[in-house]
Design a protein around this ligand. Sequence first.
Ligand SMILES: *Cc1c(COP(=O)(O)O)cnc(C)c1O
Length: 371
Amino acid sequence: MSCPDERSSVGRLTIDLAAVRANYRVIASRVAPSATGAVIKADAYGLGACIVAPELAREGCRDFFVAHLSEAHGLSDILPTDARIFVLNGLAPGEEACCAASGAIPVLNSLPQLRAWKALAAGGETALPAALQIDSGMSRLGLSEAEVETLINDPRLLAGLELRLVMSHLASGDEPGSPLNTDQLARFLALSSRLPPAPRSLANSGGAFLEPAYSLDLVRPGVALYGAAPHVGGQGLAAAVRLEARVIQLRETPAGAGVGYGHAYRSTQPMRLATVGIGYADGWPRQLSGRDIAAWFAGVRLPMLGRVSMDSIVVDIGALADGALKPGDPVELIGPHQSLDTVAAEAGTVAHDILTGLGRRLDRIYLGDQP
Ligand SMILES: *Cc1c(COP(=O)(O)O)cnc(C)c1O
């Protein structure tokens, strides 16, 4: 017995690499002369870090950011030799030697992390590269103000380390006009200016679309590369992903039929429905249940009805001519008719959450790769 198609029948995520590259250029030209890095943690937000990162390197990107050391493995083999890979979450105790061997640069987030990395440097002949994160007001990662004071008062703590980057992270980069941004910028500049000179970085995607003062030496966009506008100022970005799923069954229902779990939708008239084979197990959020969201076919809006199941949703196909839609046909869920940002907003979350949640059952198809 042979299976008709090794690809999944769930659906496909089409990733437009030309759009990712174009988004990199939009950001890079906006923040120039600041440099533009790329955050490719969580497998480039689910798009595929091994495919996305070399495309960005072709545009001149040399600073790549992952969250965990394990995400850095294999990347240096496919990136230019002068590329840097930073590990944002820093190192867990015991990971130091492995990190040094991989060539990745740890973001040291505390004095204990700094000491452990320095202990390794003391055993070697050359200085070890390091990035330092300062907590400028998010209370998540990075050295506290008191730890930075300790460093300033005892420069020996940095001996044997080559400081490649001093960074911090904005809590409200997606909210232009938030006083948190100005506070964090001022605090970061004040603290970092008292450390040995090194390139400075504060801005994520949102920060890269704030005033130029936030760009400093290097910006670290993630989601904007993948086509989501970080806030209203984030104009000119191209959609980079398209999500389609397949129709698995059609049915006609009488007035009064309940649709899906809990009969969260109940029809008031006879209807024609399609069941589409994608659900929350594929990252189509259950929080979209009952929201103003649809599938699209041939430019026609097919409203989603009732709750999102684990492996399926139900849509109203009454707007289509009888017979226009067949089992096996793909319908659009994220694309030209319904943007990633719209889906995220209806699900009450951010585009980062939608992208990183899209599951392994979806085929990933790439367009626009360069020869
Ligand atoms: C994830 C992350 C980014 C990228 O954030 P986006 O909002 O996707 O641009 C930048 N810096 C740090 C420290 C991060 O953790």
